[in-house]
Design a protein. Structure first.
Length: 445
């Protein structure tokens, strides 16, 4: 077959009216991938694309929703929790993040990160299945086709951007601490807009394609019996197919095996405990402590430039109701102690099992500070090295009986790495807001 034949002019009604030289260019793609005959896989076609598309439709929707929940969990409307410029409209759905169930953030963020990771092979499969469209010739055929191509650029660019920034973040959080949060948030909305438009445009075609072949039959078809699909309106099916080297079953199996491998090598970080070491693809937080403090550490005291020099003679500054006072660790230990069984659940998707935290209830400290009904509390760390840490917690978080300024964990003093002399622990709170090495609590009306 010659290139002339396999690139029959499209039957676009507008075409005959375009100038001759434009038509000539359209009919003469340069050698290489712009020629349809270049793409020869016999399994490429609407059915395979639709199967990947359906998985992504469900998966990306869940990743998007859990991502929005993660943003809400940060209480971005409070204090300096969120410094994203001009996020106004994007916060339209925000609500007061609850403290119960205490494991909710651990679950939603584990799903966000783990599902995002296992969708990577599916995304690659999907992109492979439609790659001839990237080389559509002529590049611009009509205003409508041009607009569609721009939207696909946002779709593919947005997907790649969100996946790459997410993965880089869980691998090296401190590479771009301030901007990750902002770019991943803005990127998500741009991507999801293009995604929604794509779904609206393609959902009928996806359903038709899925119905065109039986999934069960495909799972019983080996390579030798693999035949190309009939020509399709999107020109995904090769006009010049090569002999099959893999069946559709094989291609789906390959992608499925890729996703399963990613799952098995990452999910241990979200489950924690004995399964933590199986998360070989999740390097973060492999540092563990000793004895009762033997659970994952995000940032060690050394990395935060905290040493006994900072903690010797430590005092907590308590502010609220127009007053200010200081308390030593012994003062705090002399107050009523409460124990709560809570995990640390990091935005990066890892979490610990429940640990038994013991300390003073935040609501007791609020009362002591003269602000028994605070609107919020600003928690500041004594940390000066690395990123300075502070977080603002909402009233419901202060008042939950399990919200503590913890002094001990699992019946031992907190280790320096886990925030000695005192750290915040709040049920259902993103790990990053459980401030370690607390120096000041400022309760606000
Ligand atoms: N002062 C301070 N507090 C901090 C951090 C920090 O870097 N500095 N890291 C936060 C993050 S991102 C997490 S996930 C948890 C981890 O707590 P852990 O190290 O005790 O497991 O602490 C949070 N509190
Ligand atoms: Mo974290």
């Amino acid at each position: 077959m010659t290139d002339q034949q396999d690139h029959a002019p499209p039957t676009d009604a507008a075409r005959p009216r375009s100038p001759r030289w434009v038509r000539w260019i359209g009919e003469h793609p340069p050698p290489g991938p712009t020629r349809r005959g270049f793409w020869r896989s016999p399994i490429r076609g609407p059915w395979l694309t639709a199967v990947f598309g359906l998985v992504l439709l469900i998966g990306i929707t869940i990743v998007f929703v859990t991502g929005l929940l993660s943003y809400a969990a940060y209480n971005p409307d409070l204090g300096s929790n969120d410094l994203t410029p001009d996020k106004g409209l994007l916060g339209f759905y925000l609500f007061h993040w609850p403290t119960q169930p205490y494991w909710l953030y651990r679950f939603t963020q584990g799903v966000h990160v783990t599902l995002g990771l296992i969708l990577v092979p599916v995304l690659l499969g999907k992109l492979w299945s439609v790659i001839p469209k990237l080389f559509d010739w002529p590049p611009v055929r009509s205003p409508a086709q041009f607009l569609e191509r721009i939207s696909l650029l946002l779709l593919v660019g947005g997907a790649v951007f969100e996946f790459v920034t997410g993965i880089v973040n869980i691998q090296y959080w401190y590479v771009f601490p301030a901007s990750f949060y902002t770019v991943h948030l803005y990127g998500a909305w741009i991507f999801i807009a293009a995604f929604a438009a794509h779904v609206a445009l393609k959902s009928r075609r996806m359903v038709t394609a899925l119905r065109s072949r039986s999934f069960r039959d495909e799972l019983h078809t080996d390579t030798a019996h693999t035949r190309p699909e009939p020509p399709d309106p999107d020109d995904l099916v090769s006009p010049n197919p090569a002999a099959p080297t893999i069946s559709r079953r094989g291609a789906l199996g390959l992608v499925g095996a890729g996703s399963l491998t990613v799952l098995l090598l990452t999910v241990g970080q979200s489950i924690g405990g004995a399964l933590r070491p199986t998360a070989l693809l999740a390097p973060r937080g492999q540092t563990l402590g000793h004895g009762p403090n033997d659970f994952q550490i995000n940032k060690t005291a050394e990395e935060a430039a905290i040493s006994t020099a900072e903690t010797d003679g430590w005092q907590l500054e308590l502010r609220g109701g127009g007053t200010s006072m200081t308390l030593t660790r012994d003062d705090l230990l002399a107050m009523p102690q409460h124990t709560a069984h809570l995990p640390i659940a990091c935005v990066e998707g890892w979490s610990t099992r429940n640990q038994a935290w013991t300390g003073v209830q935040l609501r007791d400290l609020a009362r002591l500070a003269g602000a028994p009904e605070p609107g919020s509390v600003l928690v500041e760390s004594i940390q000066t090295g690395g990123l300075f840490r502070s977080a603002t917690l909402r009233r419901n978080q202060v008042l939950d009986p399990d919200s503590l300024l913890a002094l001990r964990v699992n019946d031992a003093d907190l280790s320096l790495d886990h925030g000695y002399p005192a750290r915040v622990i709040v049920p259902n709170n993103p790990g990053v807001h459980n401030t370690k090495w607390v120096g000041r609590l400022d309760f606000q009306a």
